[in-house]
Write a protein that binds this ligand. Structure first.
Ligand code: SF4
Ligand code: SF4
Length: 303
């Protein structure tokens, strides 16, 4: 039985492809974007989210931890993240829900059973299921198993991907996919390396290869992150790339940075103090939309 790590399953999702969908968020990502709004998705193993404001300092979790990963300071518990293995024992013993485990191991069959519960909504709305993350290609066998069961059941399937994977890995998954939501974060390889931890070479190469070898529709998704990729040059370079390599009939989604993920860094006891991003306002998003539309593309704000 194939197993993988999932950190969220969202039902009634309206932003990850057509119609009403169930979006399955898989843990693990090969990139580490400075602006990541789901930092709990980056590591493969389950992780503890620490709600310090709920911690009474009782110390129960210290004795429960088999790895001696928890220490107390100023009447609150803290975690040695490089020692914690995500077993979840501290989350089970904490009566105040100050420790919550993000991510748990699922079988592909159990994920499919969960997905099937909303089948009637997918059929009525023209929806389906979307695998997101993290990066679904980081758990390619598990993703392929879920998608294959969905295809056999006649459900529409989509993946939201960074495209950062070996071609052989991509191919394992693509045979079960009806729609690809492909992230384009930065056109300049050096900036891409600096802000995400990897060059965009493989990502762009894979995108060209998908276009050549498959007829699966691709939606280009551009996160708009002021100070990082929202400058006119990068927006124009991205639009030009889409027209040249994907065709002017490609749909484009521009996704505004939001602050909802910022508290998650505190929950993960990660220092994000050096990063300060102001979300783009409606006027900036409309300007970016117009800039891309000038290349003949159809652009939607949001998913
Ligand atoms: S068990 Fe919960 S409340 Fe007690 S010290 Fe640990 S995190 Fe805090
Ligand atoms: S998840 Fe397990 S290893 Fe990590 S701090 Fe809690 S008890 Fe210790």
């Amino acid at each position: 039985m194939l197993q993988g790590t999932v950190f969220d399953i969202q039902t009634y999702s309206l932003h990850d492809g057509p119609g009403i969908r169930t979006t399955v968020f898989l843990k693990g990502c090969p990139l580490a974007c400075v602006w990541c709004q789901n930092p709990e998705s980056q590591h493969h193993q389950p992780e503890v989210l620490l709600y310090l404001e709920r911690c009474t300092g009782c110390g129960q979790c210290v004795s429960a931890c088999p790895r001696q990963a928890i220490w107390m300071a100023d009447g609150k518990s803290h975690t040695k993240r490089n020692v914690c293995e995500g077993c979840g024992k501290c989350t089970e013993i904490c009566l105040n829900a100050a420790r919550i485990l993000s991510g748990r191991v699922w079988s592909a069959e159990d994920v499919f059973t969960e997905i099937k519960k909303d089948e009637a909504f997918y059929r009525r709305s023209g929806g389906g299921i979307t695998l997101s993350g993290g990066e679904p290609l980081a758990q390619a066998e598990f993703s392929a198993a879920i998608l294959s069961m969905c295809k056999q059941a006649g459900l529409h399937t989509a993946i939201e991907t960074t495209g950062m994977a070996r071609w052989e890995t991509l191919e394992k998954v693509l045979k079960y996919v009806d729609l690809i939501l492909y992230d384009l974060k930065h056109m300049d390889p050096k900036s891409h390396q600096k802000y995400t931890g990897a060059s965009n070479d493989l990502i762009l190469k894979n995108l060209r290869r998908i276009r050549r070898n498959y007829t699966i529709p691709i939606v280009a998704r551009i996160p708009i992150i002021p100070g990082y990729n929202a400058d006119l040059k990068n927006i124009e370079d991205t639009a030009r790339f889409i027209v040249d390599e994907m065709g002017s009939d490609t749909k484009v989604n521009i996704l505004a940075y939001h602050r909802l993920g910022e508290t998650k860094y505190d929950r993960l006891e990660r220092d994000q103090s050096g990063v300060s991003i102001t979300p783009p306002n409606a006027g900036q998003m409309a300007d970016i939309q117009k800039t891309i539309e000038a290349f003949g593309l159809t652009v939607f704000i949001g998913g």
